[in-house]
Write a protein that binds this ligand. Structure first.
Ligand code: HAM
Length: 428
């Protein structure tokens, strides 16, 4: 026997009725984004590898360990072989599209959202997959569009609080920090390098390398033995200049006015290199170890890092898989959808008439399941009871007389309904 094939490790099939919950989350997100005047962007699932190397950062775990990258062969003389990567996140792709389509030349702030799969070769566990889904948004534009304003940061965070409320996700925590400007980060990197020099010899190999190439990334280290050293390292808040401090203070003031509660976390630096100034994460206790519902922040230098014009921006991505898990933990499981009626033909000769009846009811807006004339009546009832509120029985007699038998499962009442009245009867 040949071996049975399964979904690849870290990927999974999403099946009904759970997909109804996914659809509800996406519909709620789209509705909230529309109220804040965001439009949808869809970028390709794969991009040139260098986009992520330059955008997300060579020393990040994402780029150095987790990307699905391959060398794409040239198909014709006019093509070149190219290193391609399945997108591990969508911010770099959105900023690439912003540059490619010269969206900055409109002078307007661009407010873009996306919903789609991302890929990272991480160790799979609850809430962590190799193909996962993000719902994210980016606000980006030339400085003249107000893209640097702390009001943008506060507005994005307030929108997230509103979206989580509308999804019915209660009990989240917003953690907030500022990682400063590029100059602040450079200063902090030097401070870290100096602080690491006497102790780095006792740390893991990755940290020893990072202490030289990009000391900030030492803070991402998960090796338990390294944690006591990391906890004693200086925090970035002490390296911020006055402008960065003022920007952060203005974000907090606007959040207070907007009624968004937050917790400051001076150690929150996030695992991607493009962040500047405001960084944040929303966590939820119901998720276990992978407790980040979403993360984001400002990336004022990203566009320039990938060859574009100055275009400060801020955005976030929510882990949709984790939103689903959280809602399930809060016990809002997708209820199995009940169809309005199950049309049960009695005998195979009635099948065509049953299809015509189902078509009429469906076109009238009713949700209908269609049985099969080969089923005995008992089997039709069992099948109908599983999915539908009512059963509509259609035998030769009913076809002739135009009077149908309808049984309501919740009341047990059986009625005779003329065909012309069936739609309004079922809509009650
Ligand atoms: P990130 O923190 O890498 O940020 O990912 C955002 C969210 O995606 C996480 O908080 C988590 O909910 C979800 N996520 C990440 N990895 C996985 C995984 N392996 N399995 C399931 N869920 C996962 C970004 O991706 C940035 N692009 C966010 C951003 C947008 N920053 C600015 N704009």
């Amino acid at each position: 026997m040949s071996q049975t094939l399964k979904a690849v490790r870290g990927t999974r099939d999403l099946l009904p009725p759970e997909t109804a919950l996914w659809n509800r989350i996406e519909a709620t997100a789209r509705a909230v984004f529309a109220r804040y005047n965001f439009g949808e962007i869809r970028t390709p699932i794969f991009e040139d590898t260098s986009l992520f190397a330059r955008g997300v950062g060579e020393e990040t775990d994402i780029v150095s360990k987790e990307m699905y990258t391959w060398e794409d062969r040239a198909r014709a003389q006019s093509e070149k072989a190219q290193s391609l990567t399945l997108r591990p996140e969508n911010t770099a792709g959105v900023v690439r599209a912003y540059i490619e389509h010269k969206l900055g030349e409109t002078g307007q702030l661009q407010k873009l959202y996306y919903i789609g799969p991302q890929f990272r070769r991480e160790r799979p566990q609850k809430g962590r997959y190799r193909q996962f889904f993000q719902i994210g948004a980016e606000v980006i534009g030339p400085p003249s569009s107000g893209s640097e304003s702390p009001l943008r940061d506060a507005e994005v965070l307030e929108m997230l609080a509103t979206l989580l409320d509308e999804l019915g996700i209660t009990g989240w925590t917003l953690e907030l920090n500022s990682v400063g400007s590029a100059a602040d980060r450079a200063r902090y990197n030097e401070t870290l390098r100096a602080a690491l020099a006497p102790v780095v010899g006792q740390m893991c190999e990755d940290c020893q390398r990072r202490a030289v190439t990009n000391p900030l990334r030492v803070l991402d280290c998960k090796v338990p033995e390294d944690q006591p050293i990391i906890e004693k390292l200086p925090v970035i808040a002490d390296s911020l200049d006055q402008e960065s401090k003022d920007h952060f203070a203005a974000v907090l003031t606007a959040l207070d006015a907007g009624g968004v509660t937050y917790k400051r976390n001076p150690r929150l630096v996030r695992g991607l290199d493009y962040y500047t100034r405001t960084t944040f994460e929303f966590t939820h206790g119901g998720l276990g170890a992978q407790n980040a519902l979403l993360g984001g922040g400002r990336y004022d230098g990203l566009s320039e890092a990938i060859g574009g014009p100055k275009a400060p921006g801020i955005g976030f991505a929510m882990g949709e898989d984790r939103l689903v898990l959280t809602l399930q933990a809060l016990d809002q499981k997708a209820a199995p959808p009940q169809v309005d009626a199950y049309v049960a033909p009695l005998g195979e000769t009635v099948n065509p008439a049953a299809l015509a009846l189902a078509r009429e009811l469906r076109r009238a807006g009713l949700r209908i399941e269609l049985g099969d004339g080969s089923f005995r009546l008992k089997k039709s009832f069992e099948a109908a009871d599983n999915v539908a509120r009512r059963i509509v029985i259609l035998g030769e007699d009913e076809v002739q007389s135009g009077i149908l038998t309808v049984k309501d499962f919740s009341t047990g009442v059986q009625s005779k309904v003329p065909r012309a009245e069936l739609v309004s009867f079922l809509k009650q």
